[in-house]
Design a protein around this ligand. Structure first.
Ligand code: FE2
Length: 236
C-alpha cells in the first residue's frame, strides 16, 4: 500500500507539469478544498479530517444496531436530519453522526447549487466494488465512517485499456492496469472525497479510478455517498 499523496495546487513549474500529464487529486485540511473539483486538471478533491470520538462511537452504534443497513434516500438540507433519523436507530448516541452527514449534505448542495441529493448510507461486510473502475457519473461525494476507506489510482499510473473487459479476466494486480502495488493509494477514514466520473463535462477518459478495499466479515465499513438526485446540474 502506498503512502498518501498530497498535491496542493500552485502556479509552480511542478504543478504545471502535472496539468500537462493529466488530472491530479488534491488534498487539504480545510473543507474549501472540495471546490477544487471544478478545475479541469483535478479528478478528486479531498477534505482530510479526523473524526472525533463521538462520531466514531455513533458509527459503531449504527452498525451494531443494524448490520444490514443499506438505505438510499433523497434528502435536502432542510429534511436531511429528520429523514436520516428515520433510517437508523434514533438514539442520542447517533446524533453526532447524523449532524455530520447533514453538514456534508449541506456542503454538497451548496457546492453544486442543487436543492437535494441522493444519500446512500451503507454498512458493508464485504467489498462492494472490488475491481478498479470509473463511475459513469458526473461526480460523487464519498466518506467512510468506519473501516478501511476507498482505494484509488493516480491518472498517470494507469493503463486505462486494462479497465473493464480490457483486463482479459486477469486480476487488477496482474492485468497491467498499474505497474506496482505501491501505486495503489487509500483514502483515510473520515476523509471526504469528491470523485469525478466519466460524465463530468469533457472528462471522458479522465475519471478517477477507484475500488472498494478488501474487507472480511470482522472488519465492517460504514459508508456514506452523495450523488445528484436528478440530472447533473447545469453548472457542470
Ligand atoms: Fe465507484
Amino acid at each position: 500500500m502506498g503512502t498518501r499523496q498530497v498535491n496542493i495546487s500552485s502556479n509552480s513549474a511542478e504543478s504545471l507539469k502535472h496539468i500537462a500529464a493529466g488530472p491530479i487529486s488534491i488534498f487539504g485540511e480545510d473543507p474549501t478544498i472540495l471546490s477544487e473539483i471544478y478545475k479541469d486538471n483535478v479528478n478528486m478533491s479531498v477534505w482530510c479530517r479526523d473524526l472525533n470520538h463521538e462520531i466514531l462511537q455513533a458509527a459503531n452504534h449504527v452498525i451494531d444496531k443494524d448490520p444490514q443497513l443499506r438505505t438510499s434516500i433523497k434528502v435536502s438540507p432542510k429534511n436531511a436530519i429528520r429523514l436520516i433519523e428515520q433510517k437508523i436507530d434514533n438514539a442520542k448516541i447517533t446524533a453526532p453522526l447524523v449532524y455530520d452527514i447533514f453538514h456534508l449534505v449541506k456542503k454538497f448542495c451548496e457546492l453544486f447549487k442543487v436543492n437535494d441529493t441522493n444519500l446512500k448510507l451503507t454498512v458493508l461486510h464485504e467489498s462492494m466494488c472490488p475491481r478498479f473502475h470509473v463511475d459513469m457519473l458526473p461526480c460523487r461525494l464519498i466518506t467512510t465512517y468506519k473501516g478501511k476507506a476507498t482505494e484509488w489510482l493516480q491518472h498517470d499510473c494507469i493503463d486505462r485499456s486494462k479497465l473493464g473487459i480490457g483486463n482479459q479476466g486477469k486480476p487488477d494486480d496482474e492485468s497491467g492496469l498499474f505497474k506496482s502495488v505501491n501505486d495503489v493509494k487509500r483514502l483515510a477514514k473520515g476523509d471526504v472525497a469528491i470523485m469525478k466520473g466519466e460524465n463530468w463535462i469533457d472528462n471522458e477518459g479522465r475519471g478517477l479510478v477507484h475500488r472498494s478495499p478488501y474487507i472480511d466479515n470482522e472488519n465492517s465499513r460504514l459508508l456514506v455517498s452523495l450523488d445528484f438526485a436528478s440530472s447533473k446540474p447545469e453548472i457542470i
